[in-house]
Design a protein around this ligand. Structure first.
Ligand code: AMP
Length: 271
């Protein structure tokens, strides 16, 4: 596995790659969710690039940038074991006073964008930089970050970027907790409280399977399960992230964001 620490080093290698390139951008502290993206990239492409970069511009003041888990040695091992050809591990992706991408006014500032204003500007900017640096055939993103995935897909369309975006299912612990690098912040009690997020989504799925499609009733039932937690939002939206009064099968995402202690967790289910 080659490790490139700058765009220049990266291009020196990739300029000689003629196979299809699968790219998995990450912030490190790799878990089985990341691995499923890397495995798919490995299956679909001749050459696999993973990036590990904790992007400062997508963290708001007071968020966990300085505490975000960093596991360099373990991450390098995981990438090597997964058959990654090139690991992009830049120290920084920025100069001073840069041009940047702005998230769309509506879709970029609801839900996650309302709770974390500016987050998506930073996320889109770094993803655009990474896609331009690596020029992959396909880039892999998790449905766990559903709004992120929708905005990246929109950016690629709006800016006519030549890459296929591949959406991957959410990987979970056996008990339902969605894997996240931030789960390491949870103590034992919080870990069991965090299960309320996936439980609330399971109950939403059950209601729909039993024929109750009403968004307001689904949200109410979810809030009852989530109750002791500090809930930021529960929402039923279509794939364009517009609120819908009733679930439309094949075109719905039910989302939740809540704090367990000081740890902010998100989860969702696609119906
Ligand atoms: P992160 O390192 O948190 O920025 O995530 C890197 C990529 O992994 C993003 O596309 C995430 O959506 C994806 N991802 C994170 N958690 C999971 C999970 N539990 N299952 C599948 N993909 C995930």
């Amino acid at each position: 596995m080659i490790i490139a620490r700058s765009v220049k080093e990266l291009r020196k290698v990739l300029d000689h790659v003629s196979e299809s390139i699968g790219f998995v951008p990450t912030m490190g502290a790799l878990h089985s969710g990341h691995r499923s993206l890397i495995d798919s990239a490995r299956r679909d492409n001749g050459y696999v690039v993973v990036s590990i970069y904790v992007n400062p511009t997508q963290f708001l003041a007071g968020e966990d940038l300085s505490q975000y888990p960093r596991r360099e040695e373990a991450d390098f091992k995981i990438c090597e074991l997964c058959g990654v050809d090139l690991l992009f591990y830049p120290e920084t992706m920025y100069e001073n006073d840069e041009v940047s991408i702005k998230a769309p006014d509506v879709r970029g500032f609801i839900l996650e964008g309302a709770s974390r204003p500016g987050h998506f500007d930073g996320m889109l900017t770094v993803v655009a930089k990474l896609l331009n640096a690596i020029r992959p055939t396909r880039a892999y993103f998790g449905k766990k970050d559903a709004q992120q995935l929708a905005l990246i897909t929109q950016m690629v369309n709006n800016l006519v970027m030549n890459v296929e975006i591949v959406a991957m299912e959410t990987m979970r612990e056996k008990d339902g907790l969605a894997l996240s690098s931030r789960n390491v912040y949870l103590n034992e009690v919080q870990r069991s409280e965090a299960l309320k997020l996936s439980s609330s989504l399971k109950s939403a799925t059950k209601m729909v399977m039993q024929g109750n499609f009403k968004s307001s009733e689904i949200c109410h039932a979810m809030l009852c399960i989530l109750e002791p937690l500090d809930v930021e939002y529960v929402a039923v939206v279509n794939r364009a992230f517009e609120s819908i009064p009733e679930v439309i099968l094949g075109n719905t995402i039910v989302l939740v964001a809540a704090r367990v202690g000081t740890t902010r967790l998100i989860d969702n289910v696609w119906m």
